[in-house]
Design a protein around this ligand. Structure first.
Ligand code: ZN
Length: 310
C-alpha cells in the first residue's frame, strides 16, 4: 500500500473564457492568482493557477481556458464537484455574495452532518463550499472577503462514477480509508494529509458518461512531498498494473499521470519546488511566465493571449 499521498495537490479544469474564469476566481471567490503561464503542451492557451498566498498544495485550482470551447456535458467518469473549505458560519456570507454577483445553481444542503453551499462556475463547473470547524490553513485576504469567511483551500472532491468499486479500491491502495456512507455517497479520507483530505464517491449506474468540455475537470492531482516519494508511488502503481507516464517537469512541480478504472485522469504531483521558483511571493501570478523552451517565442505567444486584469 502507498503511504506517501498527502491529500490533493491541485485540480485542473477547462474554461471557455480566460477573463471570465479569472474574474470568477479572484473577484468572486477571493482566491489569489499564483501563476500565469501557458499550457506546456499547447502554448496558445493560458494555464492559470489560483490558491492561497503561496499556492500551497491542497489549495490550487488551475484552468486551461480554451477560447470559445464548447461546454462539457456532466456525467459519470469525472470529478463532478470541487469542494472548498470555509469556516463554520460562513455560508450565509457566500450565499449573499453569490446572489449579488449572479452566481448560478446556489443551493444549501447538508451531507454527512455538514452544511454545504453548492454553486456553479461560469461554464457550469460543479463547486461546493463546505463548512469545516477546524481548518487551520491561512486564507488569502481576497477582494471584500474577510478572514472569518474566506476559503482555506480544497476540502476535497466528489467523483461521479458509473460504478465506484474499482476507484474505491485504488484510493484505498493510495492510503485513503472509508469513513462514512450516506445514501449513494461513500466518503474516503486520508489521514495526515494537507487539509484537502476527502474524496466522495457517488454511484450513478444509470447516468451516461460525461463529455469533457468547458466547465469539466480535466484531471485531479494528489500531493507527495518530493521526487523520491513520487518515484516510490509510481513504482507501486505500476506493480499493481497501472500505466503511469514518466515523470514530467511542470516547472512548479513534477508530475506523473495515469487513467483510473472509473475514467478519471489522476496526477501525482510533488510539493516542491513551488510557485515562487521564478517570481517573488509578493508578485506571484502577475507576469506571464513561460517554460524555458518557449521563451524565444514570447512575443508571439503573448500577442495571442487576451490580457487579464492584474
Ligand atoms: Zn495537473
Amino acid at each position: 500500500m502507498i503511504k506517501d499521498i498527502k491529500g490533493l495537490h491541485h485540480i485542473t479544469s477547462m474554461a471557455s473564457d480566460a477573463r471570465q474564469i479569472n474574474r470568477f476566481f479572484t473577484d468572486t471567490l477571493g482566491l489569489r492568482r499564483v501563476k500565469k503561464t501557458v499550457n506546456f503542451d499547447d502554448p496558445s492557451v493560458y494555464h492559470l493557477y489560483y490558491g492561497d498566498e503561496n499556492g500551497t498544495p491542497g489549495t490550487v485550482m488551475t484552468y486551461f481556458p480554451f477560447p470559445n470551447m464548447m461546454l462539457g456535458r456532466p456525467g459519470v467518469g469525472e470529478v463532478g464537484e470541487t469542494q472548498f473549505s470555509v469556516p463554520k458560519g460562513a455560508l450565509s456570507f457566500w450565499a449573499d455574495r453569490f446572489a449579488a454577483q449572479g452566481v448560478g445553481g446556489v443551493e444549501t444542503h447538508t451531507v454527512f452532518g455538514v452544511n454545504r453551499l453548492r454553486f456553479i462556475g461560469p461554464d457550469g463547473d460543479g463547486f461546493a463550499l463546505i463548512e469545516t470547524a477546524d481548518d487551520g490553513r491561512a486564507a488569502w485576504a481576497g477582494e471584500g472577503v474577510s478572514d472569518d469567511v474566506a476559503i482555506r483551500g480544497f476540502s476535497g472532491a466528489r467523483f461521479n462514477l458509473h460504478d465506484t468499486a474499482a476507484t474505491e479500491e485504488l484510493l484505498l491502495f493510495m492510503g485513503y480509508e472509508r469513513a462514512e456512507v450516506e445514501g449513494d455517497v461513500t466518503r474516503l479520507v486520508i489521514h495526515g494529509g494537507n487539509g484537502a483530505d476527502t474524496i466522495d464517491l457517488v454511484s450513478l449506474p444509470k447516468t451516461p458518461f460525461a463529455r469533457q468540455g468547458a466547465g469539466s475537470v480535466h484531471h485531479i492531482a494528489f500531493a507527495v512531498e518530493n521526487r523520491e516519494k513520487q518515484l516510490e508511488v509510481r513504482r507501486a502503481l505500476m506493480e499493481t498494473g497501472y500505466q503511469v507516464t514518466p515523470v514530467i517537469d511542470r516547472d512548479y512541480f513534477w508530475a506523473i499521470y495515469f487513467r483510473t478504472p472509473g475514467g478519471i485522469l489522476f496526477e501525482i504531483a510533488t510539493n516542491a519546488p513551488g510557485f515562487n521558483r521564478d517570481e517573488d511571493t509578493a508578485h506571484l501570478g502577475e507576469a506571464l511566465k513561460l517554460p524555458g523552451r518557449y521563451e524565444n517565442f514570447r512575443d508571439r505567444i503573448e500577442a495571442n493571449l487576451v490580457p487579464l486584469a492584474a
